[in-house]
Write a protein that binds this ligand. Structure first.
Ligand code: AMO
Length: 448
């Protein structure tokens, strides 16, 4: 029997998703091509069409992948069908130095295969903010949102490493809960097999239970608040970084918070300087942030507002306008320390020297951004806590498990909750919190 001819040795153009060998670990990324090392090399690049223009006999396609953008120049005669924005492609060709190309290098292409064709992309130059929210699943591909996501990732990596270096334990508290933490007005209620349950507003009470076995605990979870107003700093679902520590007092938790925050923003500045700069933030602004943060007593805030002609009654909570006034000229976060008892929840510890005040502090971001975290010492006296649970209109029965913490080996302890989205809003200089996470949940929006 005659032998079959041997397999065709020439490289075949890739023409369908299934034929790409993704398992070889040989994927080439744009980041690695934009340097002299690869000049003259024949490569095959996978990505999406970001921009496209035609010029005499060539088509200039700028391709993006997760690491950057790179131009490819393709002779028009090689292109058999229209190339649309956001089509996924494989481009083969030679890496060539050219100062006119973005990044200084381009691919002189010998072939392009369309892997996943694209319809006419709905996002063009003129778009409204509302429209971009409607197509958020596509807008998340934009350089702006991508940069913000990368900064956010680094900020969280900084937190994780800081917690590990200080021997705090990461734990996973529940999201479905039977009781309120941060007041009844913002609870998302749901039917739990015939019982009423809520989406967690804060992991705090559960973290408090876990200091008994682990002493220093932290968690990163979504928290839910049915906020009734539309603002540029409130989400229905936000990402909450919370910590709780046994044997730690008010000053101790403020110190921990300022060290943690410094580690987070320094990590962003170290690991995402280009992304920050593209978003309008000089990484040096973040490197300059160092503990200790300025502390302003609530009494002082009232005086400052009076002097500035901004209305504020002694005893009322700070509004976003007050926070803006306090921080507009600041370059680093500040703490507002000690609040009137009536504006803070039942778990905050009463200051023995001034019983109308509690050992609670808000950290305010500079440049007018305002509150990013709340923390303080927890009430460890059983009777005091029961009285205040009742005063807030809750039934102490729902908190029996929490009250047990004050019955069995109660210890002085403190904790905090930091809003990641608000932190990212500040460091990436965003007008609105909606830019800081891929799918912001607002009063009117649950799609996409
Ligand atoms: P608080 O309610 O102040 O405190 O929340 C802590 C931090 O979470 C962020 N945050 C929000 N971010 C976006 N959208 C919202 N709707 C929203 N609500 C709150 C803010 C805020 O500073 N358990 C206490 C903290 C404590 O005392 O330890 C708590 O949850 O950045």
């Amino acid at each position: 029997m005659p032998r079959k001819p041997s397999a065709h040795k020439e490289e075949k153009p890739i023409s369908s998703i299934s034929s790409i060998r993704l398992d070889e670990g040989k994927r080439i990324f744009i980041r690695d091509l934009l340097n002299e090392k690869n000049e003259g090399k024949q490569v095959s690049l996978l990505g999406w069409v970001w921009r496209k223009r035609e010029h005499s006999n060539d088509i200039f396609v700028v391709v993006r992948d997760s690491t950057g953008v790179m131009q490819a120049v393709i002779p028009s005669k090689l292109v058999k069908k229209p190339i649309y924005i956001e089509a996924s492609v494989e481009i083969t060709g030679v890496v060539t130095k050219d100062e006119r190309a973005p990044g200084g290098f381009e691919i002189r292409a010998s072939g392009i295969s369309i892997i996943g064709d694209s319809e006419k992309y709905p996002i063009s130059k003129d778009f409204s903010e509302e429209f971009l929210l409607d197509v958020r699943h596509l807008w998340n591909r934009s350089t702006k949102i991508k940069n913000i996501m990368l900064v956010r990732e680094k900020v969280l990596a900084g937190a994780r490493d800081w917690f590990a270096s200080q021997e705090w334990h990461e734990v996973n508290p529940p999201i479905l809960t039977g009781s309120a933490v941060e007041g009844g007005a913002t609870l998302f209620e749901l039917d739990y097999h015939g019982k009423t349950a809520y989406l967690s507003q804060s992991a705090q009470l559960y973290l408090e239970t876990l200091i008994f076995p682990l002493e220093k605990v932290w968690s990163l979870t979504p928290s839910f608040r049915a906020e009734k107003s539309r603002t540029n700093r409130h989400l229905m679902e936000f990402w909450h970084l919370e910590g709780e520590v046994a044997w730690l007092d008010f000053e101790g938790i403020l110190k921990a918070e300022e060290q943690l925050l410094t580690a987070m923003v320094h990590r962003a500045a170290e690991a995402a300087p280009k992304e920050l700069a593209a978003l309008g933030r000089d990484p040096e602004d973040l490197f300059r942030i160092k503990p200790p943060f300025k502390r302003v007593h609530y009494d002082e805030v009232v005086k400052i507002m009076k002097k500035s002609g901004i209305e504020m009654e002694a005893g009322e909570d700070l509004s976003s306008e007050h926070e803006k006034q306090l921080t507009a000229k600041e370059k680093a976060p500040i703490f507002v320390v000690e609040y009137p008892k009536k504006v803070k929840p039942f778990y905050t510890k009463i200051d023995q020297n001034r019983p109308d005040f509690v050992l609670s502090a808000d950290m305010l971001a500079p440049e007018g951004y305002g509150e990013i975290s709340t923390g303080g010492q927890r009430e460890d006296d059983l009777d005091a806590i029961i009285t205040r649970i009742k005063a807030e209109g809750f039934n102490p029965k729902a908190y029996e498990w929490y009250l047990d913490l004050r019955r069995y080996g109660s210890v002085p302890h403190s904790g905090f909750g930091l809003g990641i989205d608000r932190l990212v809003k500040w460091i990436t200089k965003r007008e609105t919190i909606l830019d800081t996470l891929p799918y912001p949940r607002t009063l009117s929006r649950i799609y996409p």
